[in-house]
Design a protein. Structure first.
Length: 326
């Protein structure tokens, strides 16, 4: 089976815990996380051959991340290590609907120091999908590395996937995010945005049609727009549609979107959907709907659990969930 290579940041999510009583200080428990790392874990949990590429610090948290990836059968041969910066941290709080807010401690951070020369010579061999998100676009050098990776993957015949996963707090204050976002959007075949992110790319473009027209001028063939519990929207160059998701009692949505993407990419890789076969997939609405519903089930289950890596389901859990909610 061809592999899925997820590039970018791995970090520590410190999740807030219920306070023990009046006057007790808040407590936070560390979980391995980071959007592309979560996607790699999801793909591996769902039977895919997944690898993670990124820079990890030589500190206790970097060691914890490496072990967590390895324990979950994610390949780490594309991981580089550094003493030049520490592991990024994110403190996560949740409201009563499971929606999260973040306080980031990044930069400086090790994941921002990965450069094109850190990609292994054969990193892109026998690759089904190369996946990135926007957290590796927040500084010029790591953004250039991200785009370079996307182009190398395409040259090697892999599908290129982009989940924006936009975190404005990670960007320098006052910096216009759109130029780097659009450069990356133009390089991706499959794009996943939240409803809020879809609104962001409307800035300067106007209508849905103007945004889509700009996307289709790049490599994009499929755009998925998720919006929490609301129905999902999908767009191709010739069609569009709406798919109802699953209703669950969410307790933590931190990794739900990443599980959605990991589920989608695991199916894409397992079914041998290459660049040449992507147009046939998106033209077959029944098949496309089946893939999106599978991805949605992965995200829905994840939202009912706390944590990041630890919240993501395996194949058997997804199958049982879909049968129950047929």
């Amino acid at each position: 089976m061809s592999s899925i290579l997820c590039f970018g940041e791995a970090l520590i999510d410190f999740h807030a815990q219920p306070q023990g009583g009046a006057g007790q200080p808040p407590a936070f428990v560390p979980f391995a996380g980071g959007a592309p790392a979560n996607v790699a874990v999801a793909a591996a949990r769902l039977g895919g051959q997944a690898r993670f590429a990124g820079m990890l610090a030589r500190d206790m948290f970097g060691d914890f991340l490496l072990k967590s990836l390895t324990d979950l059968d994610v390949g780490t041969e594309d991981v580089a290590r550094t003493d030049e910066a520490r592991t990024a941290l994110a403190f996560v709080a949740h409201d009563d609907k499971g929606d999260r807010s973040f306080s980031f401690y990044r930069p400086p951070a090790a994941d921002l120091l990965f450069r094109p020369e850190h990609f292994r010579t054969n990193a892109f061999d026998n690759l089904a999908v190369f996946h990135v998100c926007s957290n590796s676009l927040t500084e010029a050098d790591i953004a250039a590395t991200t785009v370079e990776g996307m182009r190398r993957a395409r040259a090697a015949g892999a599908l290129v996937s982009f989940d924006m996963n936009l975190r404005p707090a990670l960007w320098p204050k006052g910096e216009d995010q759109l130029p780097r976002l659009w450069e990356t959007l133009s390089e991706a075949d499959v794009i996943k945005l939240s409803g809020e992110e879809f609104a962001v790319v409307h800035e300067g473009a106007g209508s849905d049609e103007a945004v889509l027209d700009r996307l289709w001028k790049g490599h994009a063939r499929l755009l998925l727009v998720t919006d929490g519990a609301e129905p999902m929207r999908w767009f191709t160059r010739t069609a569009k549609g709406v798919i109802k998701g699953y209703s669950v009692d969410a307790v933590d949505t931190t990794a739900a979107g990443d599980a959605f993407v990991g589920g989608l990419l695991a199916r894409v890789a397992a079914e041998g959907i290459t660049v040449d076969k992507l147009d046939a997939l998106v033209a077959d609405q029944d098949r496309l709907t089946d893939l999106i519903r599978f991805a949605a089930a992965c995200g829905a289950i994840t939202a009912t659990r706390k944590g990041s890596f630890t919240a993501i389901p395996d194949q058997a859990e997804v199958k049982a969930f879909m049968e129950k909610h047929a």
